[in-house]
Design a protein around this ligand. Structure first.
Ligand SMILES: Cc1cc2nc3c(=O)[nH]c(=O)nc-3n(C[C@H](O)[C@H](O)[C@H](O)COP(=O)(O)OP(=O)(O)OC[C@H]3O[C@@H](n4cnc5c(N)ncnc54)[C@H](O)[C@@H]3O)c2cc1C
Length: 391
């Protein structure tokens, strides 16, 4: 990826023309989406990422096809595989097959290709991108942000923090620490790929194992959603692989924190917004984070465009939009997670094993249904296992 500096040298003081409308820190789905939409709206934008792209990202790469509606380019060059079939298991036994009754199948992507592709689309619209550059600090001075990096200093009227679950930006912007849980992916190269995505319950306590097929291997991920975050994720993945008879001699293991949604929070501050996992938006029931990252990046771009045009309420409105269109429903996702992962055996029997559960979850992931629409009934069914006589 070409990297473009907006300063000739560090000793040249920035002139007004060199202050871009927005600097985006992070070039994952949130940053890429924000850059694409801001560039499309005609704003000057600089994206800074510490990695050199394409880069590996710890993620299983399952993406809802619903995200396609937010972009006017074709994602097919970076869809490694599509999936219409799901197999659920309980400790690798008691299998249940379900079909995704969605118009489009689920996308399986390699994040190294997917993230790079989005940022290239943004570059084609004029976004400047500086990779291999670590942001080391930020300062608000004279109505604009100064962003210090290991490659020099840059300035912008507005900032978007899209630096993910590990990034420092939210803290530097004065937001409270977000709680994180660890996730892990085991990458297993394979030739004879199953056509289905596979979800296993029972091996890992308080979570599940997801195995998503790509063109040339499986990204098998896991994490927990309630209780102490102290499960041995690698051990659980190895146990799963052994029970499945998967050859793991060439498997690689990668851990990464997940910033799951916990409660509605303010996502704006003076001339700055949080997007994606830096905003703690991942689904607390499934760990789905790509769709909310792309969505919040798009909404952040719209808000910054409006702020640059002089709308003083635009950034506060961004917080409200994300709360209304994402956070409110995550309240239900979290309630469901709290009870489902407490009694997963019951959840497997009364929920997962039914085709209607797959239909509903897929509709949720495609934005056609809300957790709120199904949670009350699901919670009642699950509670039946906790409270005798109920359910
Ligand atoms: C094990 C696991 C499996 C997962 N599987 C799925 C899945 O199948 N489907 C799904 O939807 N979600 C999944 N997720 C969640 C998903 O990966 C994240 O939610 C998503 O990557 C968030 O995107 P983002 O753009 O907010 O941040 P990121 O993708 O994390 O991007 C942040 C970027 O910021 C850069 N950065 C950080 N700090 C700095 C700095 N100081 N200076 C410059 N750059 C910096 C990083 O280099 C990085 O490129 C999974 C997560 C885990 C941990």
């Amino acid at each position: 990826m070409g990297s473009i500096s907006i300063h000739e040298s560090e000793s040249t003081p920035p002139t007004l023309e060199k202050i871009v409308d927005c600097i985006i820190v992070g070039s994952g789905p949130a940053g890429g989406s924000a850059a694409y939409h801001l560039a499309k709206l005609g704003r000057s934008v600089l994206v800074i990422d510490r990695e050199t792209f394409p880069r590996y990202k710890v993620c299983s790469g399952g993406v809802s096809p619903a995200v396609g509606a937010w972009f006017d380019f074709d994602f097919s060059p970076v869809i490694s595989k599509t999936v219409k079939q799901i197999r659920y298991t309980w400790k690798v036994g008691d299998p249940v097959d379900a079909t995704l009754n969605t118009t489009e199948p689920m996308w399986m992507v390699n994040r190294s290709e997917f993230d790079y592709y989005i940022i290239q689309q943004a570059q084609a619209l004029g976004a400047q991108v500086k990779t291999g550059t670590t942001v080391t600090g930020i300062e608000f001075k004279g109505d604009c942000w100064t962003v210090n990096t290991d490659q020099g200093m840059f300035q912008a009227k507005y900032l978007i923090a899209a630096d993910g679950a590990k990034g420092p930006m939210a803290k530097w912007l004065g937001f409270a620490d977000r709680s994180v849980r660890m996730g892990m992916v085991m990458e297993v190269p394979a030739q004879d790929m199953a056509a289905s995505a596979q979800f296993d319950f029972g091996i890992i306590k308080n979570g599940f194992i997801w195995s998503l097929p790509k063109a040339n291997g499986y990204s098998i991920g896991t994490g927990t959603f309630r209780g102490k975050d102290n499960e041995d994720l690698k051990e659980a993945l190895l146990q799963y692989a052994q029970l499945k008879g998967l050859n793991t001699t060439q498997a690689t293991f990668h851990s990464h924190p997940m910033c799951l949604w916990t409660e509605d929070q303010q996502l704006h501050t003076r001339h700055a917004l949080l997007a994606g996992e830096a905003a703690g938006l991942s689904d607390p029931f499934t760990a789905e984070g790509i769709r909310p990252a792309l969505f919040s990046g798009m909404k952040a771009a719209i808000a910054i465009d409006s702020a640059v045009s002089g709308n003083s309420g635009a950034l506060a409105n961004y917080t409200q939009v994300i709360q209304a269109e994402w956070g409110q429903d995550m309240v239900w996702a979290q309630k469901l997670a709290n009870i489902f992962y407490r009694v997963p055996g019951i959840g497997y029997k009364v929920g997962v094993k039914r085709q209607s559960a797959t239909d509903r979850l897929c509709k949720i992931m495609c934005g056609e249904l809300k957790y709120a629409d199904v949670a009350t009934r699901a919670l009642k069914k699950l509670s039946g296992g906790l409270i005798p006589g109920l359910g």
